[in-house]
Design a protein around this ligand. Structure first.
Ligand SMILES: [Mn+2]
Length: 264
């Protein structure tokens, strides 16, 4: 049997700091990721309840969580932060010790397959109030304000914003915008992308056209899902319950599991 080497891990929507004891769960998940010794760890948006790039906004949970990212880097993994709707100014220098790259999109080639990863918060085209809020909150003036406001006031505003977000902008609580997702997938496929991964919607969803595929990675906060990507471009997700993200190609989950041990 041909073993394949897992080289990337993808986790979406962790929201660490939102639920009781989720920091401990996150630390355990990161220990497992470190054990697999992957080349790159990609957070597909919304690692924390909220993350602003400037350290004056970080509470104890964020600081502890970020230390885990620094640990991943010390262990030799690249850490990529894809910007979610709860993430702001991830290019700020304060985050330099904790991530290798940050941006609204991440792409790479594995096994001749072109991957494109983005959070997905702009896919629902009918969600106009969110799109407006996003444009304002991530604007130049907002960045200046984030840098200049007194620390306590700034933190209070972030928490207030988070509460507001929870009330109005949890689009994932509504139906998946399947038509918008399919249209976005088709656009990426037409541009030459083979595999699209989104987060944001928290619930699994998949769409396949021939050998091309698009998946919504289930939210880590509810499902504990990690998607593992091999050097050959194969995908599998852990736990098995999110099997939508497992490739239809002839490599089973169990072969993949054996692959892990053989590869080590
Ligand atoms: Mn999100």
């Amino acid at each position: 049997m041909l073993a394949w080497l897992v080289t990337r891990a993808v986790l979406a929507d962790l929201h660490v700091g939102q639920a009781k004891d989720d920091l401990e769960k996150f630390l355990a998940a990161m220990a497992e990721v470190r054990r697999r010794d992957v080349r790159e760890v990609i957070f597909l948006g919304d690692v924390f309840r909220a993350l602003v790039g400037y350290s004056r906004f970080w509470d104890a949970t964020v600081r502890r969580g970020l230390e885990e990212l620094a640990d991943l880097r010390r262990a030799g993994s690249r850490v990529v932060l894809v910007e979610g709707n709860r993430d702001f100014f991830l290019d700020a220098a304060d985050l330099d010790p904790y991530r290798d790259a940050a941006g609204t999109v991440h792409s790479f080639v594995a096994g001749n397959r072109r991957f494109l990863l983005e959070h997905g918060d702009l896919i629902n085209r009918s969600d106009r109030s969110y799109r407006f809020w996003r444009a304002i909150s991530k604007s130049g003036p907002a960045r200046l304000w984030a840098r200049l406001l007194p620390r306590r006031l700034a933190q209070r505003i972030v928490l207030g914003t988070e509460t507001r977000l929870a009330q109005t902008n949890f689009t994932y609580r509504r139906d998946l915008p399947a038509a918008d997702l399919e249209a976005a997938a088709q656009r990426h496929f037409a541009a030459g992308v083979d595999v699209v991964l989104w987060g944001h919607f928290h619930r699994p969803w998949s769409f396949t056209v021939g050998s091309k595929q698009a998946h919504v990675v289930p939210g880590w906060m509810e499902s504990g899902t990690v998607v593992w990507i091999g050097d050959n471009g194969m995908l599998l997700s852990d736990p098995e319950s999110s099997e939508q993200v497992v490739d239809s190609a002839p490599v089973s989950w169990y072969q993949g599991r054996e692959g892990f041990s053989e590869a080590r």
